[in-house]
Design a protein around this ligand. Sequence first.
Ligand code: ZN
Length: 320
Amino acid sequence: MQPVQGIHHITAIASDPQRNLDFYHGLLGQRLVKKTVNFDDPGTYHFYFADKTGTPGTVLTFFPWRHMGRGVRGNGEVGATAYSIRPASVDFWCTRLEENGVAVTAAPTRFGNDVLSFTDPDGMVIELVVNAEQQTFVPWDNGPVPGEHELRGFHSATLWVTNAAATDEILTAHLGYQLVGSEGNRTRYQGAGNDIGLYIDLLEQPELGQGRLGAGSVHHIAYRTVDDSEQAEYLALLQEAGYGVSPVMDRQYFHSIYFREPNGVLFEIATDAPGFLYDEAVDELGTHLKLPNWLEPRRRQIEESVVPVALPAVERGQEV
Ligand code: ZN
């Protein structure tokens, strides 16, 4: 069995859907590659933001529940989601974010990389890790951010935990991550993939309470596996190790299994296939409300129950 390649996607909770679209698609320049609904709650959207084609390792998804109160940051959740940017893009992003009312903080240097930190409109922590490493993603050539400054896929996710050893075990013994370093209470693990979404950091904070789920909280983090047969091996192995793992769920664009790791973070293992081109051509990604076959008979009712949203007008950022 192959070790996990890296991060597949991260799914979070938002409140207002239009504000969520404006921030990620309009301001951060992440393409809305799929507009669908929460399969378990079809009156709520499920937005997928990613690179041009939805490459695993670039995919951030949201359930925007309009009246959801804010979550409380704490242990047992993904405390920060980090994208890579090039060193030459630091000024561009600081200016673009601050001109749009987003306060940017320089976080302490982390494993030799500068890190910018800010929050989205729901209070979710987003980081930009400055590095010149190779990142294989598909640039969104018609997006609002000039190509040379685009976000370059996920760099890492930081899991906030009470006891790092418990999560260390699942990452290294069951998912194939390698411990690559530690700084203070932060420990870094590297996946086996190419160059995108490679790192998981554990931030051990024994004094901190558990997080409370709400708007601005990450709901779960998904790891990449190649195909269904490899996923089945993970399912058997995790069950054998005593984890309560869900059966395989058809998420239309990938297949998923879920389990909670010992510190409380919800983990998913998702397949790379079939991907986001499954039901829309590349030029049309995100432009229709897509439903799985089993919800198509309810399309009219669903279309009436979701709030209408509009894709923000694309305005190219200026060079700085
Ligand atoms: Zn997921």
